[in-house]
Design a binder for this molecule. Structure first.
Ligand SMILES: *Cc1c(COP(=O)(O)O)cnc(C)c1O
Length: 853
C-alpha cells in the first residue's frame, strides 16, 4: 500500500431502545448467560465472530442501519426485554443469597487475589486452569451474593496465540488488546479522575491505573502499568501474562500483591478476608504488615493479625510450579518496603526462606502468612502436606494444617445451552438453585434415551463443524492442498456424528503426558483405525513458549497424525481457549486425562465434560480420585489405576499406556458401538446419565464456594476481628506467646514414669503418668495427650485422651497423669505426645511443634 495509512474507527450511535445493550456488554454476566450472547449473535453472526465474541467490540462496530432497524423491531425488542428482565432480577436477588446472610456481616468483604482470571474469551487475561478456576470462583461468588472482590492484573497482550506450522511447530504470537474494546472500565477517584496508584520499586516510582470488570454482582479490580507516566521498561510489567524474565515476574507479583492491596485501600475498601489464590499474590501480606507497622503494631503481632484472616490456596503439585526468587533479588525490593517502618530485610526474607537453599519461595511465604491453607483435591491436599512438611517440622503430614477444597466448575458457563430445556423439564424448575443437592439430579435418569442421545448428537455435530472450520483454516494457511484436506476431514463429518470422539485438551506440560496414547502406534492403529467402529482423536492445548519439551509433544502428535494410517483420525486443533474448550467438552464422547500420578492437582475440564454427558477416562488422580464411582449398576466413567510407585518412568508409562489401550479396546469402544435399533448404545447412555447425576452435584462451583464460605472465609473473618480487637490485643498476646514457646521448645521433653502394663481386664483402669520438662513454660501452655489406636483394624480411628497436670517431681518436672479405662477389647496401642496450646490459635498445630514420648 503506498501513502500514509490513517486509521479511523466509526462507531454507531446506539438507538435509545437498545441503550441498555451497552450495560449488557460491560458485564461478564454474558459469559454464562447464553441468551445475552444470543442477542448479539442474532444481530450479525459474522460480526460476532469478527469481534471475537466480544459484545462491547461488537457494539462499537455494529452497522448503524441494522441497529436502527432492530430498534423498531418488536421481535428483537421482545428478546432484549426478556434478557434485561433476567439480568435485572439476577442483580436484584442473587439466586443463592442465603449463604451470605448466614455467614457474613454487612461490613465483611472477601478480597480474592489471582494473577489470571479466565471469564470469557473476550477478556484475554488468562492462560489456563488457574485462570478459569478464578473466573468461575468470581462467577459463583456473584451467584451466591457473597461480599467479594477480585484483584488481578490487566495484561496488554495477555497470553500468547498459538498457531502450528506445517511441521507441527508451535508459533507463538501476541496481539495487543485495545482496552477500549474490552469489557472493562477505568475506576474513578472521588474527584472523577482516573484512579492511579503508586508503587515504589528500586530507584523509581511506578504508576498503575486501576480498572474494573463487572462479573454479575462482583467486581474485579485490574492493575495496568501500560502508561505514559511509566518508563518503557515499567510498562512491560503488565505486558504479558507469564512473560518476560525473573525481574518482570517479581515486579508483576509485587504489583499484584502490594499494588492490589493499595488499590483496595485507595478505593476505601477494607477487606475482612484476604484470599491468596496461588503464591503469585503472596506479597499482599508485606503491604498489610507494613501498614500495621505504621500504626505502631510490632512486627510479630502485625504478622499474626494479618495472617489470621488470610486464606491461601496452592494449585500445583509440581515443584517447578512453585515460584522462587533468589534472596538477593528479594532484598533489592524489600529494602524499599522496610524503609521507615522498622522492618528489616532479614525479617522479610525469613518469611519465604526454604531450608537448604538461598531462595525465597512464594508458597512458603503464603503458608507462613496465612492461617488457613488448602490444596485443590483430597489427593493434592495430602501431597501438599508432604511437600510443605518442613513448615510444620514436628507434625506428621496426616495432621498437617494443610486442608483441601476440591475444585469445581461454574455450571452455567460450561453447560451447553442445548441441555437447558431438557434439564428444566426433568429436574424441575429451579434445578440450578438446587445444583448441589444430589437428589436434584435423579431426574436425569428419566430423560428418554432418544431425547438424551439426540442432544448428544447435536452437540457432537456442532463440535465437528468447528473442527472442520479450524482444521481447514490451519491446513490452507500452511499451504496444504484442498484434496488432502478432504482426506483429513473424512470422518469428522457433522452430518454423521455417530462415531466415537475422544478429546484431550489441556496445557501441554510434560507431566500431563499428552502423547501417552501414542505409546504403541501398532496397538493404537488396531484400536482406532477400524472403519466399522471409527474413532476420532481430538487434541488441543498450548505449551508455554519456554517449554520446549511440551512443544515437542505437540510436534510429535501432529507428526503421527500425518501418517497415512492415522490421517483424519487424529486432529490437532490450534488455539485452545475458552470458546474451543466449551465446544470440546460438550461435544466429545470421552474426555481423556492421563497425567503422572500424583501431579495433577485437580483438573477441571473433565468436570465440564461430565456435566455435558461425556464420559471421563482418566488416571485416578486429582478430582477423579474422588469423582470416579463404580459402585452402581454401571460406572460413571473409566479409571486408569496409577502403576505401582516402584517402577521407573519408562516402565510406568508403558504400564499405564497398556491399561489405557485395554480400557479402550475392551470397554470404551465395545460399549459405544453396542448400538440398539435406534442407533445408540443403551449402556453408554446409562453411563452418561449416571455420570451427570453423580458428578455435577459435587463438582460444581457453588459447592466449592459454599465450602470456602463456611469453612474458610467466615471463620477467617471472625479470626481477623478477634485478633484485631482492642488495638490488636489478641494478635499481640499470641505473638508474644509464640516467641516464648519457640524459645523454650528445644528444652521441653517428656519422660515415662513407669514400665507400662501389657495386659488389662475389661473394666479395669490403667494409671499413666509422665514427667514433663517445661523449661520455663507453664502447664497452660501445653497439651499432653494420649492417642489410642487399634492396629489390627482397618479403621484408622484414633481416640484422644488428655493427661492432666498432677503435681511436681523432685527435680522440678511437672507430673501429668491419666486413668485410662479402655472401653474396647482386643489389641490396642497407645502413644503420648505434647504440643503447645493457646486458646486463640486458628489451627492447633500451626506452630509445627510437638514432642512424642
Ligand atoms: C477448564 C479449562 C482448563 C483447565 O482444565 P484442566 O482439566 O485443569 O487441564 C484449561 N484451559 C481452558 C481453556 C479450560 O476451559
Amino acid at each position: 500500500m503506498t501513502g500514509t495509512v490513517y486509521r479511523l474507527e466509526v462507531n454507531p450511535r446506539i438507538p435509545q431502545p437498545l441503550e441498555r445493550m451497552e450495560e449488557l456488554a460491560n458485564n461478564l454476566w454474558y459469559s454464562w448467560d447464553r441468551q445475552t450472547r444470543g442477542l448479539f449473535v442474532s444481530l450479525s453472526y459474522s460480526l460476532w465472530n469478527l469481534a471475537n465474541h466480544n459484545p462491547k467490540a461488537f457494539l462499537k462496530r455494529a452497522d448503524q442501519k441494522c441497529l436502527e432497524a432492530n430498534a423498531d423491531n418488536p421481535i428483537f425488542l421482545g428478546a432484549l426485554d426478556r434478557v434485561l428482565a433476567a439480568y435485572d432480577s439476577y442483580h436484584e436477588r442473587p439466586y443463592m443469597g442465603h449463604v451470605h446472610g448466614q455467614c457474613f456481616r454487612d461490613d465483611d468483604l472477601i478480597a480474592y487475589f489471582c494473577a489470571e482470571f479466565g471469564l470469557h474469551e473476550s477478556l484475554p487475561i488468562y492462560s489456563g486452569g488457574l485462570g478459569i478456576l478464578a473466573g468461575d470462583h468470581c462467577k459463583a461468588a456473584s451467584d451466591m451474593g457473597l461480599p467479594f472482590i477480585g484483584v488481578g492484573l490487566l495484561y496488554k497482550e495477555g497470553y500468547f496465540h498459538q498457531k502450528l506450522d506445517a511441521e507441527g511447530r508451535q508459533q507463538a504470537s501476541y496481539h495487543d488488546s485495545d482496552f477500549d474494546d474490552l469489557p472493562i472500565s477505568p475506576v474513578l477517584d472521588a474527584s472523577g479522575q482516573e484512579l492511579l496508584i503508586t508503587l515504589n520499586l528500586p530507584d523509581r516510582p511506578v504508576f498503575a491505573k486501576v480498572w474494573e470488570v463487572r462479573v454479575g454482582h462482583v467486581r474485579i479490580i485490574l492493575l495496568d502499568t501500560w502508561l505514559e507516566q511509566n518508563s518503557l521498561q515499567d510498562r512491560e510489567i503488565t505486558h504479558r501474562l507469564y512473560g518476560g524474565d525473573r525481574t518482570t515476574r517479581i515486579e508483576q507479583e509485587i504489583l499484584l500483591g502490594v499494588g492490589g492491596a493499595r488499590a483496595l485501600a485507595a478505593l476505601g475498601l477494607k477487606p475482612t478476608v484476604w484470599h491468596i489464590n496461588e503464591g503469585h499474590a503472596a506479597f499482599l501480606i508485606v503491604e498489610r504488615v507494613r501498614s500495621l507497622l505504621s500504626e505502631g503494631v510490632p512486627f510479630e503481632a502485625a504478622l499474626e493479625a494479618a495472617a489470621a484472616n488470610t486464606v491461601f490456596t496452592t494449585h500445583t503439585a509440581v515443584p517447578a510450579g512453585h515460584d522462587h526468587f533468589a534472596d538477593e533479588m528479594i532484598r533489592r525490593y524489600a529494602e524499599h518496603w522496610c524503609k521507615g517502618v522498622g522492618l528489616s530485610c532479614n525479617q522479610v526474607l525469613a518469611l519465604g526462606s526454604e531450608p537448604g537453599t538461598s531462595d525465597f519461595n512464594m508458597t512458603a511465604l503464603a503458608v507462613r502468612t496465612s492461617r488457613q491453607h488448602n490444596g485443590v483435591s483430597r489427593i493434592h491436599g495430602s501431597v501438599s502436606a508432604r511437600i510443605l512438611a518442613h513448615l510444620w517440622p514436628q507434625i506428621e503430614p496426616a495432621e498437617s494444617p494443610m486442608d483441601y477444597v476440591t475444585n469445581g466448575v461454574h455450571l452455567p458457563t460450561f453447560l451447553a445451552p442445548e441441555w437447558l430445556e431438557t434439564f428444566e423439564r426433568y429436574l424441575g424448575i429451579g434445578w440450578q438453585e438446587r445444583q448441589t443437592e444430589p437428589g436434584n439430579w435423579d431426574g436425569i435418569r428419566q430423560i428418554p434415551d432418544t431425547t438424551f442421545w439426540g442432544i448428544r448428537q447435536q452437540l457432537k455435530s456442532m463440535l465437528l463443524h468447528l473442527v472442520r472450520s479450524r482444521v481447514r483454516e490451519q491446513h490452507l494457511r500452511n499451504q496444504g492442498s484442498p484434496t488432502h484436506l478432504d482426506r483429513m476431514l473424512r470422518i469428522a463429518d457433522p452430518d454423521n456424528p455417530n462415531l466415537l470422539i475422544i478429546g484431550f485438551a489441556r496445557r501441554f506440560a510434560t507431566y500431563k503426558r499428552a502423547a501417552l496414547l501414542l505409546h504403541d502406534l501398532q496397538w493404537l492403529q488396531e484400536i482406532i483405525c477400524n472403519d466399522d467402529r471409527p474413532v476420532l482423536l481430538l487434541f488441543a492445548g498450548k505449551a508455554h513458549p519456554a517449554d520446549l519439551p511440551g512443544q515437542e509433544i505437540i510436534r510429535r502428535i501432529t507428526e503421527v497424525a500425518k501418517q497415512p494410517e492415522f490421517e483424519g483420525r487424529i486432529l490437532f486443533l490450534e488455539g485452545y481457549d475458552l470458546h474451543l474448550s466449551r465446544t470440546l467438552v460438550s461435544g466429545v464422547d470421552v474426555w481423556l486425562n492421563n497425567p503422572i500420578y500424583p501431579l495433577e492437582a485437580s483438573g477441571t475440564s473433565g468436570m465440564k465434560a461430565a456435566m455435558n454427558g461425556a464420559l471421563n477416562l482418566s488416571v485416578l488422580d486429582g478430582w477423579w480420585g474422588e469423582g470416579y464411582d463404580d459402585s452402581g449398576a454401571v460406572p460413571n466413567g473409566w479409571a486408569i489405576k496409577p502403576a505401582p510407585g516402584n517402577l521407573d518412568e519408562t516402565q510406568r508409562d508403558a504400564e499405564e499406556a497398556r491399561t489405557l489401550y485395554e480400557i479402550l479396546q475392551d470397554h470404551v469402544i465395545p460399549t459405544y458401538y453396542r448400538t440398539g435399533p435406534m442407533g445408540y448404545s443403551p449402556e453408554w447412555v446409562a453411563m452418561a446419565k449416571h455420570s451427570i447425576a453423580t458428578i455435577t452435584p459435587r463438582f460444581n462451583m457453588i459447592r466449592v464456594l459454599n465450602e470456602y464460605a463456611q469453612r474458610f472465609y467466615a471463620p477467617a473473618a471472625a479470626h481477623g476481628r478477634r485478633f484485631a480487637a482492642d488495638d490488636h490485643a489478641v494478635a499481640r498476646s499470641v505473638a508474644e506467646w509464640k516467641t516464648r514457646v519457640r524459645a523454650a521448645w528445644p528444652g521441653v521433653s517428656l519422660r515415662a514414669l513407669q514400665t507400662p502394663e501389657q495386659r488389662l481386664q475389661f473394666g479395669a483402669s490403667l494409671r499413666i503418668e509422665v514427667a514433663v520438662q517445661l523449661d520455663g513454660l507453664v502447664p497452660e501452655d501445653v497439651v499432653v495427650e494420649l492417642l489410642v489406636e487399634r492396629p489390627e483394624h482397618a479403621s484408622t480411628e484414633i481416640l484422644y485422651h488428655p493427661l492432666t497436670a498432677s503435681g511436681v517431681t523432685a527435680n522440678d518436672e511437672r507430673l501429668y497423669a491419666l486413668d485410662l479405662t479402655p472401653d474396647l477389647c482386643g489389641k490396642l496401642q497407645y502413644r503420648i505426645r505434647m504440643y503447645p496450646f493457646h486458646p486463640a490459635l486458628v489451627h492447633k498445630f500451626e506452630l509445627g511443634l510437638m514432642v512424642w514420648l
